[in-house]
Design a protein around this ligand. Structure first.
Ligand code: HEM
Length: 193
């Protein structure tokens, strides 16, 4: 039964692609189709980053390490959706004219931080294989702790582009804070005080 979990999670993780394909096919993207596609993949990138971060807390809560098996796949989906999000912005909004993109990255802080988050995801995606885990040894963990910074950049990107924290960005922020709190070892902290 457990053998089916991974393929099932893989198929469920394709949900954002099913939805957008359906909406394109049935002409349901609304009055601003390009914005709709960019925002759709932006939001799903953030959801997948948070899902990736949820696996360790779920392991702690359920005392089962099964969750960790899905972490790499979810992280790679986050990278896939971040890349589609970025490419739809460059491709659909700017027709692959990189000059205005560079201009946006330099002038708009929300684009700068989103772009930084995407750049930081690249080394994590490249080093996600078992071979790389063995090759990088202790450094692999250090490198992959970049996901915390990426998640903070992702939420900041959402807050800055929304110009207000209410309500969706706030929900993402609260979930992120809860997930990050799970990483703090309170018993270690209290023994130091
Ligand atoms: C880890 C990386 C990223 C995450 C988590 C992310 C997340 C998001 C989210 C949640 C939204 C808003 C969705 C909504 O309103 O429903 C969004 C919108 C947007 N993002 Fe990103 N993003 C990332 C990377 C990037 C990159 C690399 C770029 C461009 C270089 C970019 C440019 C934009 C733009 C232009 C919008 C739409 C803004 C508007 O509505 O005017 N993002 N992103």
């Amino acid at each position: 039964m457990r053998n089916y979990f991974k393929p099932a999670v893989f198929l469920i993780s394709l949900w954002p692609i099913y939805i957008i394909t359906y909406q394109i096919f049935y002409d349901q993207l609304g009055p601003e189709p390009v914005d709709r596609i960019i925002n759709h993949f932006g939001e799903w990138t953030l959801i997948f980053i948070l899902l990736t971060l949820s696996m360790t807390p779920l392991k702690k809560i359920t005392k089962s390490s099964e969750w960790i098996k899905f972490r790499r796949m979810l992280g790679l989906f986050a990278f896939l959706y971040a890349s589609i999000h970025m490419l739809s912005y460059v491709g659909l909004d700017y027709r692959f004219d990189f000059y205005p993109l560079i201009n946006d990255v330099l002038k708009k802080k929300f684009v700068f931080i989103g772009f930084s988050a995407w750049l930081l995801l690249i080394p994590l995606a490249i080093t996600s294989s078992d071979k790389m885990v063995r090759l990088l040894k202790q450094n692999w963990k250090k490198l992959h702790s970049l996901i915390y910074l990426i998640s903070i950049f992702g939420v900041l990107h959402f807050i800055w582009l929304s110009k207000t924290i209410f309500f969706k960005p706030l929900i993402f922020l609260i979930i992120l804070i809860i997930l990050l709190l799970f990483r703090i070892n309170f018993s270690k902290l209290s023994s130091k005080i």
